[in-house]
Design a protein around this ligand. Structure first.
Ligand code: GDP
Ligand code: MG
Length: 264
């Protein structure tokens, strides 16, 4: 097995549940006998739910940028996105001292600041090397609606296309969905025909041309987009996410637990 750690970047739209996921999955890993390191790359992270081992706020803080340069919240976010890339070697150094074999990385609140800035590719390359994986969280607030689900599929594909690293699609906050909603969303991800029917039923006057072209793309992407339902709040589905990561990192081979599992 490689000496380089496996590095999982958690991405998703604002409020999709990235930070809560990093917290929930790292707790799950620890009680299961693994010892992940947590990196926070969100310069605007507030609250105490995450206790990162390496924290970008040590070098770049949103509030400081606003004060220092008289920037508004959006300007400060953009300035911060590029400054983070300049600090990536400090982050990498701090991380290598931890000697973790699994690293979970929380990314900035707004997806476009991570996915659509040139600097982010350098960050993924520097921290993940050839052992990087991106998790993309589907927010049920959007995913429960067929056209919202299509939009998230496209966004996920766009991010995969930009970064060219393996992706795992996650249906976050599964506890916020009814069993019927959950079943329907998972079916949409497995069977494009079910999604096509749902979109048609929800759209009284569909743009047939656009739908046809979009679904052609979705059918081609289909086998790549299997969705893993997870509730970070209720700690369900995290084992399924871990298995998916392992399938990618180690061809299914399990990591050696670093200590005995905690008995609950
Ligand atoms: N019901 C439910 N709510 C969640 C879950 N994960 C996150 N949330 C809520 O969703 C909101 C956004 O979560 P956060 O982790 O800050 O999202 P981020 O902006 O993507 O980092 C917060 O109010 C969380 O409490 C979950 O698994 N279930
Ligand atoms: Mg967050």
């Amino acid at each position: 097995m490689s000496d380089e750690p496996a590095v999982v970047f958690i991405t998703g739209t604002a409020g999709a549940g990235k930070t809560t996921f990093v917290r929930g999955f790292s707790d799950w890993m620890r009680t299961t006998g693994y010892d992940p390191a947590i990196v926070n790359l969100d310069p605007g992270l507030e609250g105490k739910e995450l206790d990162p081992d390496v924290d970008i706020r040590e070098w770049v803080r949103l509030a400081d940028l606003q004060d220092e340069y008289g920037l508004g919240p959006n300007g400060a976010q953009i300035a911060a996105a590029d400054m983070i890339a300049l600090k990536v070697f400090e982050v990498k150094q701090a991380l290598s001292e931890l000697r973790a074999d699994y690293v979970l990385i929380d990314t900035p609140g707004q997806i476009e600041l991570f996915a659509f800035r040139e600097a982010s590719k350098a960050i993924v390359d520097a921290l993940g090397g050839d052992r990087a994986l991106l998790a993309f969280l589907f927010d049920p607030a959007l995913a429960r609606d067929p056209s919202g689900f299509v939009a998230l599929l496209m966004l996920s594909a766009t991010i995969e296309f930009r970064f060219r690293v393996p992706m795992v699609n996650v249906l976050a906050k599964a506890d916020a969905l009814t069993p019927d909603q959950l079943e329907a969303i998972v079916a949409w991800s497995d069977e494009p025909d079910r999604l096509r029917e749902a979109v048609a039923a929800a759209t009284p006057t569909p743009d047939v041309q656009l739908s046809t072209e979009l679904f052609r793309a979705i059918e081609v992407m289909g086998p790549l987009t299997g969705l893993v339902p997870v509730s970070a709040r209720e700690r369900t589905g995290l084992d399924g996410f871990y298995r998916e990561c392992q399938r990618i990192f180690a061809g299914g081979e399990d990591l050696e637990p670093s200590h005995e599992p905690t008995v609950e």
